[in-house]
Design a protein around this ligand. Structure first.
Ligand SMILES: Nc1ncnc2c1ncn2[C@@H]1O[C@H](COP(=O)(O)OP(=O)(O)OP(=O)(O)O)[C@@H](O)[C@H]1O
Ligand SMILES: [Mg+2]
Length: 423
């Protein structure tokens, strides 16, 4: 479906039909019911009635219109375009079997043309496709929001990077109303789909095996939908199969996701960062997830330094996850910050109960969190969005200046801290 009908679907009636004969009405009503739509939305009167009715009422998400009684279908469809609000998916039907008419109708914004007599299965297919467009990435992607790409990197295994990546993607969809893609690059052990109670499907595996197939249509088909504004590409590749790719597939996926969605969150395991450094080049924001341990301090230092030299334009958010309350810390927040020579931006307390509850429900932790635990999640998504919209040039200069000053000293700092501890 293209202009002029296609822009944004709001909260309107899901479905309305205007048909010319009883047979079509009788076929439509039960199919409408199957979709949860009211059978009363199937009106008699065809295109003329549709134009009249829509000139005084809101347009539905899906409009079925019968052109059988129309003398000049193309002209009449253009009259419909004038009263139909953007976002409506229009399905037309009629007796005229002419490919030129079909092409002209599609060019003027019709989603599909069902030639009469059509079967109930053809009708179902058309509705299914219309619905997938409404709920899919392209349903709302026409809105002018600049794309925001975020890479989430855990400095050590198990620090909660995937938990935060899934939560961030969910928040960007649900709270920031952005169509969002979650790209889980932990190809063998990814939990992006699992955490959302979904089957990962073969999408990512197919993409890696066959990067030349990756295009907009591939993305639309291969991604698994978690909800209206969140789609996931994840895999559980067999663990006897090594990952063999030069990274082209990942680059292509990133590119296509940028076109199809308003935000992309990449769960980027640190080994993948080493293997495919280009994955962060285009990221606006990198969320570096750490825990307050010595090993994580060392690797935060290393990853921050890597980001500074390999992706200086990427804004960095440092997160400490699973921070226990009380004194059971391997390293204090203050010492951690001193060693990494910057402050932690967001602290996520340890909350095993919440983590278990999220896992049991198959929901992202951010969705289940409330009260005190909800605050850092909101902070994370706000920070990602504000970093992405900041004046890049000013921030870059600042980062470069800081990088110069800090060069080489962070490791010394950690070493002296370790020496202090040992003494
Ligand atoms: N703040 C938290 N409090 C308690 N448990 C948490 C917290 N954050 C994450 N977890 C739990 O920690 C475990 C590991 O999380 P997750 O899989 O997100 O880590 P990861 O860094 O992606 O690990 P991997 O290195 O395997 O990719 C999960 O069981 C998750 O529920
Ligand atoms: Mg992970």
């Amino acid at each position: 479906m293209n202009a002029p009908f296609h822009a944004r679907a709001g909260s309107r009636d899901p479905f309305t039909a205007f048909v010319c004969d009883d047979a079509t009405a009788d076929m439509l009503r039960p199919v409408a019911v199957e979709h949860g739509w009211s059978p009363e939305k199937v009106n008699k009167g065809g295109l003329r009635n549709a134009v009249q009715s829509l000139s005084v009422s809101a347009s539905p998400n899906i409009l079925f219109v019968d052109l059988s009684e129309s003398g000049d279908p193309l002209n009449d469809i253009n009259a419909l375009a004038e009263v139909c609000e953007p976002g409506t998916i229009v399905i037309a039907s009629g007796h005229v079997n002419d490919v030129r008419l079909y092409r002209d109708l599609v060019a003027s914004g019709i989603h599909d043309y069902l030639l009469k007599p059509f079967t109930v299965d053809q009708l179902r297919d058309t509705f299914a496709h219309a619905q997938s467009i409404l709920s899919g990435p392209r349903g709302e992607a026409q809105v002018d929001k600049p794309h925001v790409m975020t890479a989430v990197i855990g400095v050590r295994g198990g620090v909660g990077a995937s938990t935060l990546a899934t939560s961030l993607a969910w928040l960007l969809g649900e709270k920031a109303h952005r169509s969002t893609a979650l790209l889980d690059l932990d190809v063998h052990f990814g939990t992006g789909a699992l955490a959302l109670d979904l089957e990962p499907g073969r999408g990512l595996t197919d993409a890696i095996e066959n990067p030349s197939r990756i295009d907009g249509l591939f993305i639309e088909r291969a991604m698994v939908r978690a909800n209206e504004r969140l789609s996931v590409l994840s895999a559980e590749a067999p663990i006897n199969t090594p990952l063999i790719t030069d990274g082209t597939a990942f680059f292509q996926l990133q590119e296509e996701m940028r076109n199809a969605f308003e935000s992309t969150v990449i769960d980027l395991p640190r080994q993948m960062l080493i293997q495919y450094p280009h994955m962060v080049h285009d990221a606006h924001v990198a969320v570096v997830v750490a825990e307050l341990t010595l090993a994580a301090t060392r690797d935060t230092i290393r990853i921050l330094a890597w980001l500074k030299s390999n992706a200086p334009q990427t804004k960095v958010i440092v997160v400490a996850n699973g921070v226990p309350s009380g004194g059971a810390l391997e390293i204090s927040k203050k010492d951690f910050e001193q060693s990494i020579e910057r402050s932690i931006d967001i602290v996520f307390p340890e909350d095993g109960k919440l983590a278990a509850q999220a896992a049991k429900l198959g929901k992202p932790m951010a969705e289940v969190a409330n009260g005190k635990m909800a605050a850092p999640f909101t902070q994370l998504s706000n920070m990602v969005l504000s970093h992405a919209s900041e004046d890049g040039a000013a921030a870059e200069t600042k980062t470069a200046a800081k990088a110069g000053a800090a060069k080489g000293s962070m490791m010394n700092n950690l070493k002296s801290m370790l020496a202090k501890k040992a003494a």
